[in-house]
Design a protein around this ligand. Structure first.
Ligand SMILES: N[C@@H](CCC(=O)N[C@@H](CS)C(=O)NCC(=O)O)C(=O)O
Length: 208
């Protein structure tokens, strides 16, 4: 398999999941601004939508969209048990979370990544939206569940961790959402998550 990624971007959720399931894969960095891969190829021939992630699951067969890629990876590795079985209400709960993360939480960060400085009123609106959505996660975690669906890690945690971790890049302190802060610490300390973060240069290896 071949993962097209940008360091720290939502494609990190695919890398975490590939690492969690112990799947060998290659990864190629993409400059989404120029739509060029690290070997100088036109990324639009891989994903005409221009964004990461994209996952080549076999030559010429490309999957895009976080929610689809993550569920595909979970389904090809049932022993890893990182998604409830298809057709169950628990699987629909997973999809409910993946959809919330993609369309509500992930996109709430977009104003900060627009490449321009936000005016004060834009910043206030953006913060209000983002803080409300982080509050939704805080509420869900307030029953003490260690992972977003309950007692076990799922692919929704891979994606949710990556998105919440962007708070570091925009200087939003998660301490005001204590369950969320603890959650990010818990997921971030998983060995596979740490290996993925190291692979993308986001944290240093212990050996370094
Ligand atoms: N709907 C897509 C959104 C992916 C997305 O927003 N990717 C961002 C990185 S997190 C990206 O590549 N942005 C660069 C761009 O849009 O040019 C998905 O869920 O996979």
């Amino acid at each position: 398999m071949l993962l097209y990624f940008k360091p720290g971007a939502c494609s990190l959720a695919s890398r975490i999941t590939l690492t969690e399931i112990g799947r060998d894969f290659d990864a190629i960095k993409v400059d989404t601004e120029t739509a060029t891969t690290a070997i100088g190829a036109d990324y639009l021939t891989v994903n005409p939508k221009g964004y990461v992630p994209a996952l080549e699951i076999e030559p010429g067969v490309i999957l895009t969209e976080n929610a689809a890629i993550l569920q595909y990876l979970a389904d090809i590795a049932p022993d890893a048990a990182i998604a409830p079985a298809a057709g169950t209400i628990e699987r629909v709960r997973l999809q409910e979370w993946l959809n919330f993360i993609a369309s509500e939480l992930h996109k709430s960060f977009s104003p900060w990544f627009s490449g321009r400085t936000l005016e004060d009123d834009e910043m206030s609106r953006a913060e209000a939206t983002l803080f409300r959505r982080i509050g939704d996660v805080e509420r869900a975690l307030s029953d003490g569940r260690p992972f977003i669906l309950g007692q076990t890690f799922t692919v929704a945690d891979a994606y949710l961790f990556v998105v919440l971790n962007w708070s570091n890049f925009i200087s939003v302190d998660l301490a005001r959402w204590p369950m969320v802060a603890a959650y990010v610490g818990r997921v971030g300390s998983r060995p596979a998550v740490r290996r993925a973060l190291i692979a993308e240069g986001l944290i240093q290896s212990e050996a370094a």
